[in-house]
Design a protein around this ligand. Structure first.
Ligand code: SF4
Length: 403
């Protein structure tokens, strides 16, 4: 896979060595078992796959290149480049400004931006409507377009489904930049509707089974379907794609639910006329990170820590998996660790940061699982391990990094 030039401060002396070692031992990525590093009385069980993915490194390389090669120009990002606060803050400190927030709220008026400026398109891609604004303003939408190829793959899959007269069901988070972009591209070709999870899917199933009216369905999905979507004719032939960072098992469950419903309605022999039986459109990084997390679930540990941005979809799903078995803390960086018995952790159900007055159990030996999302620098994971060792009174010294 291509090597990218990313700032040194995103790399880590411990994690980089560990990843290089695992890659050498297992170049085909067949072994998803975790790694283990012990410092003093703490064993860190580290996921086989985590941290910057292809798309994120590509976006980072292009963004920093835009800054370095254009010192006299105003540089904008359409929205957060990736969902990681450290990376976005660093870009901001270097003068990059964000045109919209992650919810799509305009932070800088389009009137302030002109063809002399540089606009970076983030890894999530953007909508057809925003691309049209850039084009109309004469802004180069190619040189600093960092749309991940795995996102474009989803757009291509939707296009193919549309060309074959399928309605596209997007399993994704409606307000997520990537899902908005996919929706925008998909609706050019085909009626499109977004479902967030299995309970939203159930509403569509209820409609197909004649249990709710089309008015009720449209009311339930207000703002989440394309203008050309008509339940009465568009739910007889469907295909599912997903945001690249969703939970694999949930997408499968959603596709299976549609499949069994359509079999019940039209009969097994007619299935291929009504359901596109395609694989999910998760990217390799989501698959690797989730598979490695499932391997972590086979181990025992005192607790688990997931490092990453609180608005990061792929990171949230790692938390969702780990908290099924472990006391799991979701932290954006080491600053959330206050002391041995005080941590700030993000609750993915309430979407709130919680001050928790318990953290490290009092034990002679601790075993801590640690992983991060695809948008988290390895240096952040490193700093979390260092902070834990520090609050335990056994700070790491340089020789500890010789793993
Ligand atoms: S998580 Fe996947 S789709 Fe998103 S940027 Fe990384 S590789 Fe691309």
């Amino acid at each position: 896979m291509k090597k990218f030039n990313i700032p040194e401060y995103y790399k880590s002396p411990v994690i980089s060595k560990l990843k290089a070692k695992r890659k050498l031992e297992d170049p085909r990525k067949q072994d998803f078992s975790p790694s283990s590093i012990s410092f003093h009385n703490v064993e860190f069980v580290i996921s086989r796959h985590f941290g910057f993915c292809f798309g994120v490194e590509n976006a980072i390389e292009k963004s920093y290149d835009a800054i370095q090669s254009n010192p006299d120009k105003k540089i904008y990002l359409l929205s957060q480049m990736i969902h990681n606060p450290e990376v976005n803050n660093d870009l901001y400190s270097q003068g990059v400004r964000f045109i919209q927030d992650t919810e799509g709220k305009q932070l800088i008026s389009w009137d302030e931006i002109n063809s002399d400026d540089i606009v970076i398109i983030p890894a999530f891609g953007t909508t057809i409507e925003t691309s049209a604004i850039l084009e109309k303003k004469g802004i180069d939408g190619v040189t600093f377009n960092t749309t991940c190829p795995f996102v474009e793959k989803v757009w291509n899959r939707s296009k193919t489904l549309g060309e074959n007269a399928y309605t596209v069901i997007v399993h994704g988070k409606y307000s997520h930049e990537e899902t908005k972009a996919t929706f925008s591209h998909s609706q050019q070709q085909s009626p499109t509707i977004i479902v967030r999870d299995i309970s939203e899917t159930q509403h569509i199933i209820d409609y197909i089974n004649g249990e709710i009216s089309s008015d009720k369905l449209l009311q339930l999905f207000k703002g989440k379907y394309s203008d050309n979507f008509n339940p009465e004719k568009d739910l007889n032939r469907i295909g599912v794609v997903n945001q690249t960072t969703m939970l694999a098992s949930e997408t499968q469950e959603i596709a299976d639910l549609f499949k069994t419903t359509l079999i019940a309605k039209f009969g097994e022999s007619e299935l291929k006329n009504h359901f596109a039986d395609t694989r999910d459109t998760l990217c390799y990084a989501t698959n690797d990170n989730q598979s490695a997390t499932l391997e972590l679930m086979n181990t025992t540990a005192d607790l688990a820590i997931v490092v990453g941005g609180y608005n990061s979809s792929n990171t949230t799903h790692l938390v969702e998996l780990l908290q099924q078995k472990f006391k799991t803390f979701f932290i954006k960086n080491e600053s959330e660790i206050i002391s041995k018995d005080h941590i700030r952790s993000f609750n993915i159900e309430t979407k709130k940061l919680e001050e928790l007055k318990f953290f490290l159990p009092q034990k002679e030996k601790l075993k801590i699982i640690i992983t991060s999302g695809a948008s988290c620098p390895d240096s952040a994971v490193d700093k979390v391990m260092q902070k834990i060792m520090y609050i335990l009174g056994t700070p790491l010294v340089e020789s500890d990094f010789d793993i």
